[in-house]
Design a binder for this molecule. Structure first.
Ligand SMILES: [Ca+2]
Ligand SMILES: [Ca+2]
Length: 415
């Protein structure tokens, strides 16, 4: 697998050289030759100047042809940064992408509920090259990180909802889907977490599981390390939660990663904190003085069963496949997600809000059957003025046949 990554890297380098040697004008890059490059799209909102698709991230026409790892049709592409020491003691940093239901081609062949790509490409402006996929197979083909029996009404699929590195471990969150409903709708059994300390093998963390219940099911969870007072040191581990497909509001809980003296815990101590749900507190709206209030996970969970309230939502429904990060250019937390037929951006001073009004990024009139706008701090360029994000499309023709199922790399310019 490592050899294959090297060959891809070399192929990428050679492609770059050949472009230079034929003397094409500057600005001709892989992205401008991509069949996925579109014109700029603008809704002229307060903070967004324009947005376009620049390249494919998955499939045979992507910046790197992912069919070599048996990743033809897939979706999502949730990015996170993974840093580790290699066998020689050198620090390595990768941008990894987690994908959802994955097939050989479109939605057929070798169904895996989740796979993970590895990239060392730090310049998204000409597309993102992929070095390899996480694999436990001898042929290096992408293998599932979390297995699934693929039985409707039992465990139909196990779709990733977020991933983060804490200490030396990757925590991979997923929703266990019991059965699919109408388009954009589904029912979950649980929100679960798998952990890896070698970047390849993932094992279940039972203490972090949240099971579905009648009123509210915190089963679509997205983790994020947050430096809440912006002093350069992480303060909290946030878990953002959606409860029902794309039709629910967003809530959040957090656990402090500091000791009583205000010092950041070690990686192992942080892992112990986040693996115990008793350490979390839920955002519970504002008090009469306008201060945020928080209540313990268990209290919130019980209270919620008897007294359903939308006042403690961070973003009101409908919120689909949310992504959040600090944008230094805006000086705000930037949430991007699907709202009805549009991908939107909302801003806030604090990670729990209150969030500004939604600004349209692109709509399904621009890209049919679009969903998700996932990004992370390392995909922001020009200090955050340029935002790269992943966007999925699952397109069917008039006869219900699948015609496209892929992830694009998008470029958004802020004002
Ligand atoms: Ca690149
Ligand atoms: Ca801090």
């Amino acid at each position: 697998m490592k050899k294959k990554g090297l060959i891809v890297a070399l192929a990428g380098l050679m492609a770059f050289c050949s472009v230079s040697t034929v003397g094409r004008s500057t600005g001709v890059t892989a992205a401008t030759n991509s069949p996925f490059l579109t014109d700029w799209i603008s809704y002229n909102t307060e903070h967004i100047e324009k947005t376009r698709s620049i390249a494919g991230l998955t499939g045979d026409k992507a910046t790197t042809d992912t069919t070599q790892w048996d990743v033809g049709g897939t979706d999502l592409g949730i990015p996170f940064t993974y840093t580790y020491e290699d066998a020689q003691g050198n620090e390595k940093t990768e941008l990894r992408f987690v994908f959802g239901d994955t097939f050989t081609r479109l939605l057929k062949g070798n169904w895996r509920s989740n796979v993970m790509a590895i990239s060392t490409d730090t310049d998204p402006s000409d597309g993102i090259t992929i070095d390899s996929f996480v694999s436990t197979a001898s042929d290096g083909k992408a293998t599932a990180l979390i297995d699934c029996i693929h039985q409707p009404q039992q465990e139909n699929t196990a779709i990733p909802t977020g991933a983060v590195q804490v200490g030396d471990a990757i925590y991979l969150y997923y929703m266990g889907i019991r059965v699919w409903g109408d388009p954009g709708d589904w029912w979950n059994n649980l929100g679960g977490v798998y952990k890896s300390t070698d970047g390849t093998h993932f094992t279940r963390v039972e203490s972090m599981y949240i099971y579905a219940n009648k009123m509210w099911s915190a089963t679509q969870n997205y983790p994020k390390l947050i430096d809440e007072d912006r002093d350069g040191v992480i303060d909290y581990y946030y878990v953002y939660t959606l409860s029902h497909a794309r039709a629910s509001g967003l809530r959040c809980m957090r656990a402090s990663l500091k000791d009583e003296q205000g010092n950041l815990l070690s990686g192992k101590e942080q892992q112990a904190v986040i693996e115990n749900l008793d350490n979390y507190e839920y955002f519970n709206g504002y008090n009469e003085s306008g201060e945020p209030t928080w209540i313990k996970y268990n209290e919130y969970y019980m209270a919620f069963e008897w007294n359903y309230s939308e006042t403690n939502e961070v973003i009101s429904a409908p919120c689909g496949e949310m992504s959040i990060c600090w944008n230094p250019y805006l000086g705000k937390y930037m949430a991007t997600y699907q709202q009805h037929n549009a991908l939107v951006m909302r801003l806030a001073d604090k990670p729990y809000g209150p969030f500004s009004k939604a600004e349209i990024i692109v709509t399904s009139a621009d890209f049919a059957s679009l969903y998700n706008a996932f990004t992370t701090e390392t995909m922001l360029k020009d200090n955050g003025k340029t935002v790269y994000f992943t966007m999925s499309q699952w397109i069917k023709d008039a006869n219900g046949r699948n015609t496209d199922y892929l992830v694009r790399l998008m470029e958004m310019k802020l004002k």
